[in-house]
Write a protein that binds this ligand. Structure first.
Ligand code: IVH
Length: 691
């Protein structure tokens, strides 16, 4: 066997580590487990420590090496770093394409279509294939030398792969913080009890991290990079189109997003915009739009620039998901289980495509953490269908004489004490069903689509029915008459000042009342799992309701079950078992159930099914990494409802592993054992198909 010299061994380790980095960050196909990567890195560090002359500037050990600096040196960009014009509508995109057609006298336009990454633009300079300098955009002409910080980002190559690179190559792109890393960082910040400050959003986080004077701090921030353009090129040639250039950059070791595509004409661009828009919330990083770039580089040169923006590209923006506005009041909403949730009343603001006037503050801890006060200017976020939330306060704009907010001692609806149990984050109104707010929410939940599915019975109507004393409990819904509903509607309209006293309006109202009574009547024929879910037993979601219904088959058996027996049901732990048993032992709950059955609510009873059932029966599943579109608890619950056993560790018996982003050793182990691996998309697809 040939014994290698330290020099040879160091070179071999560097090649292996570079290859592993490229596989991981550029191809998205890791080839070695993290543990092995770390072991090789340590071996290389040891060789370099023993033989300092063997240490090279492009060695993967040299990513965090530089000492903190006092300030960043200025860098004059060889070619200015430009910005993009924005389009906010389809019509503006059409104008953009029309101007190009007119200038070029051509109709067949092909575009590179790309996500607009929401991070920070940087320029990376390579000479003879080695990374020599990296800079921020600055004012476009002059930026700051943040090379030491950029070296800490593992997806930025320190040395190019392949061959035939130009002698000088500047690559431009975006440094960003993946959402999973952002969440993880903030979790740690929250756990630090104020020692580490939480980051407001991934974009600010990326910018702030890159501007740290101490690269060791940057190294601890989970940053990543995507290339999307080239700057100066000397002593070498690049392909004739932008898309081919991007492929070339990928071969040279740069991460280029796999979402980048080509499209023909305005239709192709707009189709891409919609396609990416649908995926936006499920992506592992933030984007704020898409970018269209004319693909033909000769045509780009012909078109040139207006001011600082190219004529050949445009950013088509999604509606902003964050805006600033002011807090007019902080109120407390009481939920179905009494949870007192603080919410900010906001000066109306257009965000995420709708006008927002309320944003949740989640709980008192969150208000304290953010220190949101009445009068503050705040950043409000509304992403996709998620309820709007306050993510931060603009402290510079805080008016004088504001006061820290505190949870009120009494329920604003019923006046009962608001209590916070030891160790719980959630404060609750102690009024139970004597609190009108809890009653309204309980009835609203009972009637909701996935519960008893009473179409047309909104929260407002329930509030009014309760206020008029027509309804005290869910069973009262089945006693309502058409005249009760019309009376309620008339009083509600009167109060709102919208009483249309025409014959036609009267007819419409009667039809509305008839339909609602019919919907209430139709809801009586239901299923046991819907009924259980509708009861609103604390912690019992749809999946648990299904599991309970399958296990017991009949309500009587379930109502008599002791906690020990309840714990036999898949997915039911000791706390939930106690909640269920307590719920059914409560006399007023038993009475409500008896009244509902007397009112005619029925469902087919079935044989108890004690064996796990469903498409995943008998399969053990392991979840690892971060899932973006659903919480891990939810994924677990839904997999269990399909018969799976969800386990914490990978073994030969594991059926498959669901690997979210940043999956670590469990994924490695699964790969070693040759176990089937699902990504998040496959999981959500499967759940959708089988639920
Ligand atoms: S191209 C000449 N492509 O958007 C055009 N920019 O105002 C140079 N950005 O500061 C930029 N994603 O940080 C380009 N796929 C993409 C991009 C992108 C994000 C950012 C970039 C720049 C800003 C343009």
């Amino acid at each position: 066997m040939k014994i290698s010299t330290p020099k040879e061994r160091a070179a071999a380790l560097r090649a292996q580590l570079d290859e592993a980095n490229y596989r991981y960050h550029v191809l998205d196909e890791p080839n070695i487990p993290d543990a092995e990567y770390d072991a090789r890195m340590r071996e290389l560090e040891a060789i370099e420590a023993a033989h300092p002359d063997l240490r090279t500037p492009d060695s993967p050990t040299q990513r965090v090496g530089a000492a903190p600096s006092r300030e960043f040196a200025e860098v004059r960009h060889a070619l200015p770093m430009l910005s993009l014009a924005n389009a906010f509508s389809d019509a503006e995109v059409e104008d953009f394409a029309r101007r190009i057609r007119e200038r070029l006298g051509r109709t067949d336009l092909e575009f590179s279509v790309e996500p607009k990454f929401d991070g920070l633009a940087i320029s990376l300079r390579y000479e003879n294939g080695m990374f020599v300098q990296g800079a921020t955009r600055g004012d476009g002409e002059t930026g700051e030398d943040v090379s030491a910080n950029l070296r800490t980002i593992r997806s930025i190559p320190l040395r190019l792969r392949g061959k035939n690179w130009p002698r000088v190559l500047e690559v431009r792109g975006e440094v960003y913080m993946p959402r999973a890393g952002f969440e993880k960082y903030n979790e740690a910040a929250r756990a630090s009890g104020g020692k580490i400050k939480a980051l407001v959003n991934p974009r600010n986080a990326a910018a702030g991290s890159l501007r740290q004077l101490d690269p060791r701090i940057t190294a601890r921030r989970p940053l990543a990079f995507f290339a999307y353009a080239v700057g100066q090129v000397e002593g070498g040639d690049l392909p004739a189109t932008h898309s081919a250039t991007m492929r070339r950059l990928r071969d040279w070791g740069f991460p280029v997003s796999h979402l980048i595509d080509t499209a023909v004409g305005v239709e192709g661009c707009l189709a891409y915009f919609r396609r990416i828009g649908l995926r936006r919330d499920a992506l592992p990083f933030d984007i704020d739009g898409v970018v269209y770039k004319l693909d033909d580089l000769a045509a780009q040169r012909e078109l040139g620039f207006v001011g600082r923006t190219p004529r050949w590209a445009v950013a088509h923006k999604f509606p902003a998901q964050e805006q600033t506005t002011t807090v007019e009041d902080i109120i407390v909403n009481i939920g179905r289980t009494g949870a007192a949730t603080p919410a900010a009343k906001l000066k109306p603001v257009f965000v995420g495509g709708v006008t927002v006037t309320n944003a949740t503050l989640h709980n008192a801890d969150q208000v304290a953490r953010l220190d949101v006060r009445i009068g503050d200017t705040v950043i409000v976020r509304r992403a996709g269908d998620v309820i709007p939330e306050v993510v931060g306060v603009v402290l510079d704009k805080r008016p004088a004489h504001t006061q820290a907010w505190q949870m009120p001692a009494h329920c604003p609806v019923c006046g009962s004490a608001i209590v916070c149990e030891e160790g719980e984050v959630v404060a609750r109104c102690s009024g139970g069903l004597s609190c009108a707010a809890q009653r309204v929410q309980a009835i609203f939940h009972f009637a909701s689509r996935r519960a008893m599915d009473i179409d047309g019975l909104g929260e407002r109507y329930i509030e009014n029915l309760c206020a008029l004393d027509y309804v005290h409990s869910v069973a009262d819904l089945y006693k309502l008459s058409i005249s009760n509903l019309l009376e309620m509607k008339r009083l509600a309209d009167e109060r709102d000042g919208t009483t249309p006293e025409t014959v036609k309006a009267g007819k419409i109202a009667s039809r509305w009342a008839e339909n609602l009574i019919a919907a209430i009547g139709a809801s009586k024929r239901t299923t046991l799992d819907r009924f259980l879910y509708a009861l609103g037993i604390p912690d019992v979601g749809e999946a648990t309701a299904k599991a309970l219904s399958r296990y017991f088959g009949a309500l009587g058996a379930l109502m008599q079950a002791a906690p020990e027996e309840l714990m036999q049901v898949p997915d039911v732990g000791p706390i939930m078992a106690a909640h269920i048993a307590t719920f059914f032992a409560e006399p007023h709950n038993r009475k409500a159930i008896a009244q509902l059955r007397a009112a005619g609510v029925t469902w087919p009873e079935s044989e108890p099914q004690r064996e796990a059932q469903g498409p995943l029966a008998g399969k053990t599943v392991v979840l690892t990494g971060t899932l973006t579109s659903l919480a891990r608890d939810e994924a677990k619950e839904r997999l269990e409802a399909l018969g799976a056993k969800v386990s914490g560790s990978v073994s030969k018996k594991t059926g498959f592993v669901v690997a979210g982003s940043e999956a670590g050793s469990k994924l490695d182990k699964a790969q070693e054992l040759g176990i089937e691996i699902w990504d998040e998309a496959r999981l959500t697809e499967f759940l959708r198909a089988h639920e």
